[in-house]
Design a protein around this ligand. Structure first.
Ligand code: PLP
Length: 355
């Protein structure tokens, strides 16, 4: 009954292990302040719940356009950027034309390609976890994929790939997607290129990493004609009425709070990586996002399990290509980060004693 390509798939599983301190999903560690939730409550009460939402999310697009310095016509909103990855792969190129991306990276590029039955061209990162330009060039020239997905900064490595390499590579592919889920933690962007119809880049942004993961709001930024064409595959009511309303309130009245929280996370990222680097045998990979990779002299599985016993959940990424021994940790509140540091010291001592 099901298509063969679907029978081969496994349902995507997310991290649901309960823990006192969750540093595994790259979320903002701060919930919205009480006064802002009160404002949201008032706005939610005004919603006509029997009505469909605005299919174009007109008001929210205006707010986001102003925030990012583009026109509302440059924006297409999705139920998270995950949905926009689906729209891009549904609409750009023929389905028999492939999708290229470096690995390890965000798993959704692959999940969507497999769902649609598009070929995938996965190019392992080099030993510095940057793009392997030679290998990419060969893939782009030999297989002519229709799309190149770049997580910028890259999840799970946290780094920004070399801009020079990206500039050369994107000349060899019809469209490059710059997935900027972590834009607010680094400031690097392809936005000016994305709104320029003469260039072959579109940008993805999301509210998920800046405090609104619960809402599922993502944005595609592209030139007007591109957005207009992609609208053909958009589900009419993909962004819910409550999501549109809440996002609008938070991004206007709550903007100062979001900015404060993001700044705090960036400062804590620097503090935490510096503290970890000082620990005997611990290696930290520098990051431009709200998470980073680290490695200890011990098995990643053991460190992960023992940290969980101490109540701290991080992401075990050591099974991914090129990441043997690495764990990924999100930046939390200062007290959560201190608890993580303390737990790790304890775990390392334990493993030391056992070795
Ligand atoms: C977290 C993340 C997203 C977010 O997806 P949403 O569907 O908007 O929550 C997108 N891309 C990357 C690289 C991510 O790490």
């Amino acid at each position: 009954m099901f298509a063969r390509r679907i029978e081969k798939l496994k349902a995507y599983r997310t991290e649901t292990t309960p823990a006192r301190i969750r540093l595994s999903s790259n979320e903002l560690p701060y919930d919205l302040p009480r006064w802002l939730k009160e404002r949201i409550k008032k706005e939610l009460a005004q919603i006509p719940f029997n009505r469909y939402p605005d299919p174009y999310a007109t008001e929210l697009r205006e707010v986001l356009a102003e925030l990012w310095g583009v026109k509302p016509e440059n924006l297409l909103l999705g139920n998270g950027s995950d949905e926009l990855i689906l729209y891009l792969q549904t609409a750009v190129g023929e389905l028999y034309e492939g999708v290229a991306y470096p690995i390890p990276t965000f798993p959704m590029y692959r999940v969507v390609a497999d769902t649609l039955g598009r070929p995938v061209y996965e190019v392992p990162l080099d030993e510095n976890l940057d793009l392997d330009e030679g290998a990419f060039e060969r893939v782009l020239e030999d297989y002519r994929p229709a799309l190149l997905f770049i997580s910028y900064p890259n999840n799970p490595t946290g780094n920004l790939f070399s801009r020079e390499k990206l500039e050369r590579l994107r000349k060899k592919v019809p469209l490059m997607v710059s997935d900027e889920a972590y834009f607010d933690f680094c400031g690097e962007t392809y936005l000016p290129e994305a709104v320029d119809a003469a260039q072959n880049v579109v940008v993805l942004r999301t509210l998920s990493k800046v405090g609104l993961a619960s809402l599922r709001v993502g944005a595609l930024i592209a030139d007007e004609a591109f957005v207009k064409e992609l609208l053909k595959v958009k589900m009419p009511f993909n962004v819910t009425y409550p999501s549109q309303v809440v996002a609008k309130v938070v991004l206007t009245e709550g903007l100062e709070f979001i900015r404060w929280a993001v700044e705090r996370v960036v400062a804590e990222r620097e503090r935490l990586t510096a503290e970890l680097s000082k620990m005997e045998g611990v290696e930290v990979f520098p990051s431009k996002a709200n998470f980073f990779l680290f490695k200890t002299p011990f098995e990643a599985d053991a460190v992960h399990r023992l940290l969980l016993e101490e109540g701290v959940l991080v992401r075990n990424v050591s099974y991914l290509p090129g990441l043997d021994g690495f764990l990924r940790v999100g930046v939390g509140k200062p007290e959560e980060n201190d608890a993580f540091l303390e737990a790790l010291r304890k775990v390392l001592k334990k493993l030391e004693a056992a070795s």
